[in-house]
Design a protein around this ligand. Structure first.
Ligand SMILES: *Cc1c(COP(=O)(O)O)cnc(C)c1O
Length: 476
């Protein structure tokens, strides 16, 4: 038996490369990533290819490993070349991604030491970091001292957890689901509709409240709908407001919605996955007035704080509501319950084992301070406003509503032919050109091009490049 164990150990030891071996792998990876970053300015925002990374399939998972340089070649050719490059400042579509460098080093450290951030007793320091970050975010929005939250993988899971928390707080019974009413606008993010479905509330009535000409919820119409529903014996349950819709960047009238949620006793949820962190920016801070009265807020550090993908956050006005919804005891975790100086993230989330997400956010905030984040957010606002002015100077272009934040819509009116078809085709031609990447949307049957500025690498020269590309491609 001992011989057998020793033989297995010899093979298994491959999993523990020694210092020199670590150095070889690490340097290869660092060289690769440095090459990527050094060329980021010239890398395309979108790369059209015919193979679409297909050679990745030629390297199946096998019993024996391959060389790190071979692996990096596979990644370089098949992963980091075809398709969208979310790390590029030229990414001006959907909601652009981030990828600030120190976050990757935070992940590196968190992964090497593999601290378990689920339970205070397991890693008090890691949990303190996560709770400190959540406290900081709660303070940004003016939440009270009893507020708290959870660091999630993104906005979708955070929205789902918020809806489940609201469902449990209001003690909705499944027999009542058909009478439960959820209010939002047609511009609410589709992940919240998905969350309603997953939370079991798909039988609930989902009311689309009309919007004003800026695509913000009409608070008067909301009031009418709630009162009407109450009169008809229905159960008005929650309002899902948006602080920055994905399509047009609109912020719903939060203060008026807060008033209604207070007087009519509804859960007030704000999806700020895209727009929430703009509360840091003096230019637009006032538009968030009323958000401090929300019951739950969703924000996405992997959008508004420029982190690499994998960081969302849910904030709840009273952390007990979240705890009551999400915590569960288990006998095999009994040792973990004694020490309650800090609340444990695993008690505030469906997740038990989770990555130490705090470090990828805490490290850059400590290293840079908040000032550059604030400046970058204000810069994005001004870049969007600048584009709004400049695009109208190019013949044939017209704009949608003035941007609340850093997303806006515009379109080209050709001298003849179908306007919608032209703009869809223009989106594709911009994609083929590749130096910038934009997306389109359809609003009231009209196809619009969208500008979404949120990459930390998007600066004035990027906007100039986009204007140049659009001018060239629309030249008769
Ligand atoms: C991106 C986004 C979401 C979804 O968040 P993920 O992090 O992609 O899961 C939700 N709401 C809004 C407004 C968004 O922009």
């Amino acid at each position: 038996m001992l011989e057998k164990i020793k033989a297995l150990e010899k093979i298994a030891l491959k999993l523990e490369p020694a210092s020199l071996e670590r150095k070889t792998i690490r340097e290869a990876v660092v060289n690769y990533s440095e090459g990527f970053l050094d060329n980021i300015e010239t890398l395309k925002a979108y790369q059209t290819t015919t193979d679409k990374g297909k050679q990745i399939l030629d390297a199946p998972i096998q019993d024996q490993g391959i060389d790190i340089n071979q692996i990096l070649d596979l990644i370089g050719h098949n992963v980091d070349r075809p398709g969208l490059n979310p790390a590029s400042g030229g990414h001006l579509a959907y909601i652009p991604g981030g990828g600030i460098y120190p976050s990757s080093l935070g992940d590196f450290l968190a992964d090497v030491t593999n601290r378990y951030a689920g339970v205070f007793y397991a890693s008090p320091g890691a949990v303190r970091i996560e709770n400190l970050l959540l406290r900081w975010m709660c303070d940004l929005f003016g939440f009270p001292p009893e507020a708290g939250g959870n660091l999630t993988s993104g906005g979708s899971i955070a929205n789902l957890t918020a809806i489940v928390t609201a469902r449990d707080f209001k003690q909705l019974k499944s027999r009542d689901f058909e009478k439960v009413v959820i209010y939002s606008t047609a511009q609410v993010h589709h992940c919240t509709l998905k969350a309603i479905k997953i939370s079991g509330l798909y039988e609930a009535i989902q009311r689309n409240i009309p919007m004003d000409e800026h695509f913000r919820m009409d608070a008067e119409a909301l009031k009418k709908a709630i009162l009407e529903d109450k009169k008809n014996g229905l159960i008005p349950f929650m309002v899902m407001a948006s602080a920055g819709t994905t399509d047009t960047g609109a912020i719903d009238p939060l203060e008026a919605i807060a008033d209604l949620c207070t007087s009519e006793d509804l859960w007030f949820h704000v999806d700020g996955a895209y727009g929430g962190f703009f509360v840091l920016s003096d230019e637009v801070k006032a538009q968030f007035k009323g958000i401090e009265r929300a019951d739950s807020i969703v924000i996405d550090p992997h959008k508004g704080l420029f982190l690499p993908y994998g960081s969302g956050a849910l904030l709840v006005r009273n952390v007990k509501w979240l705890y009551n919804s999400q915590h569960m005891e288990a006998n095999y975790l009994q040792d973990a319950f004694d020490d309650i100086e800090e609340i444990s993230p695993a008690d505030l989330s469906p997740e038990l084992t989770k990555p130490f997400r705090g470090l990828r956010l805490w490290l850059p905030l400590q290293l840079f301070g908040v000032a550059p984040f604030r400046a970058a957010l204000s810069e994005k606002i001004w870049l969007c406003r600048y584009f709004y002015e400049e695009i109208q100077k190019i013949e044939g272009f017209e704009v949608g509503t003035y941007p609340d934040l850093s997303v806006m819509t515009y379109r080209y009116i050709p001298k003849s032919g179908n306007v919608n078809a032209y703009n869809l085709d223009l989106t594709n031609r911009v994609k083929e050109e590749g130096s910038v990447f934009i997306s389109s949307t359809t609003i009231n049957g009209l196809v619009y091009l969208r500008l979404a500025v949120l990459s930390f690498r998007t600066h004035l020269q990027t906007i100039h490049r986009l204007l140049e590309v659009l001018k060239t491609l629309t030249k008769a």
